[in-house]
Write a protein that binds this ligand. Sequence first.
Ligand SMILES: [Zn+2]
Length: 223
Amino acid sequence: MSETAIRAAIVEVNAELERRGMNVCSTGNISVRWNDGMLITPAGCRVETLAPEHIVFTRFDGTWDGPLRPSSEQAMHRAVYQHAPAAKAVVHSHADNCVALSTFRKPIPAFHYMIQGFGGMEVPCVDYHPFGSEELGEAAGKALAERTACLLANHGMLARGATLLAAFEAALKLEALARQYLLASSLGAPTLLTAEEWVTVQQQYRTYGKAQALDRQPRWQLP
Ligand SMILES: [Zn+2]
């Protein structure tokens, strides 16, 4: 996929996150791995004016091209690419339900089998660090080495994917699960799947979603 097409796709996903209430006033940020760095949304971007040429190419050494500064969370995106070679795209959001859960500073446990979709029996919650800091980046990068999404304590969530569409969908699924977990928790502590039940979930996930090659055609052409 060309750099031009990736820039356009990032703008589309940024707007779609905003439409879904997951990127209020562009508090989130999006990147796609590119050459020896990434294409990332700029600092202070607004969905109303963001254009493909505003997306900033930022190298893993922290330098970038052009007049615009990259997102203040560039360290977090960079760390994910460095810890997870399979990561090709990263989405960061302050989605409501993820933020609410993140203030408890606990992982989301095995209350639903779809938790396995992020790579394990729970979705971790990264310890609190100041936003934009190298410490937050490193902690988030480590958390996503073996998982495809995590909560960030008192901050929000982070998701990665092998494509921009996969990272976007991981973010949507995590926000839905966070909402469902909060809803269930309003009646007390939910019953969690047992370790034995989880073994079956893991077996099912080896073939889940792979049984048939559905030709999916999203509205946008995503890498
Ligand atoms: Zn943030």
